[in-house]
Design a binder for this molecule. Structure first.
Ligand SMILES: [Zn+2]
Length: 259
């Protein structure tokens, strides 16, 4: 769908729940607003637990959405040099096509980062039928099995958009991960310091309790090259451990994937 149509659809769907839609069009323009809408709806679905925060104290999970993309390998180098781990919520066909980035995905997996699903092509799952939702998930699972030999058990819905149907359908098979801290990097692509401030403010207020899941996008150049290393430096200086979402929930690596 064209970005403008995407924006129009989102405004139409969610106009009752938020007022200001961003004037620019990116894949994540309504994440923040939809999160609040989604939380209320999703918590009404019995038996499905959404993940917003880590549970292991003094851990922090840096998560990247919408890749793989041309900056993925640079992100991996930064995390390797700084001995930190990340979680990548990847698409099959979004800014980049996963078939073009097999090496990067394999490298991320082999280096101990968590590969999780962000669906095949980043559709708003709340607009789809059960079979369409399942197809969005299984298509990416199959692609990942072909690349890393396993499929993820963790997912993040595009735009953070969920309703009862999505939560029931996806939640039956995957751990649904939202986020607790949104850097809003897509709102200020050239101002990575504004994104870093989200880390700084959070660490200041959390006083070592930890457990936050931070959202940003690996498709944004300055997020990859400037925000990522500075966020890691800042967190590590404050003695926070940068781990995957699975680790920050205390779950062992064998539970992050299925055959
Ligand atoms: Zn996304």
């Amino acid at each position: 769908m064209a970005p403008i149509a995407r924006l129009a659809m989102a405004v139409l769907l969610f106009s009752a729940t938020f007022i200001n839609a961003a004037p620019t069009a990116t894949n994540h323009q309504n994440d923040h607003e939809i999160r609040h809408f989604s939380r209320a709806v999703a918590e009404a679905v019995p038996g499905v637990k959404l993940v917003y925060k880590c549970t292991v104290p003094n851990t922090m999970a840096i998560t990247f959405d919408d890749g793989p993309f041309e900056y993925t390998k640079q992100i991996l180098k930064i995390f390797k040099d700084k001995k930190a781990k990340a979680t990548f919520f990847v698409n099959g066909d979004n800014n980049g096509k996963i078939a073009d980035y097999k090496d990067a995905v394999k490298q991320a997996y082999n280096e101990g980062h968590q590969i999780a699903s962000h669906t095949w092509d980043h559709k708003d799952l709340t607009t789809l039928s059960v079979s369409e939702i399942n197809s969005e998930m299984s298509k990416l699972d199959d692609a990942l099995r072909g690349i890393i030999g396993v499929a993820p058990t963790y997912m993040r819905p595009p735009y953070g958009a969920i309703n009862d149907l999505v939560t029931k359908t996806v939640g039956a098979k995957y751990t649904i991960v939202i986020w607790s801290q949104d850097t809003n990097d897509w709102r200020h692509e050239d101002d990575w310091k504004a994104s870093l401030k989200v880390y700084q403010d959070n660490v200041k207020s959390a006083k070592g309790k930890g457990g936050e899941i931070f959202l940003q996008h690996e498709t944004i150049k300055l997020t990859a090259l400037e925000l990522a290393p500075k966020a890691i430096d800042f967190a590590q200086k404050k003695k926070w451990k940068l781990v995957t979402v699975g680790e920050c929930l205390g779950k062992s690596k064998d539970t992050w994937y299925r055959k």
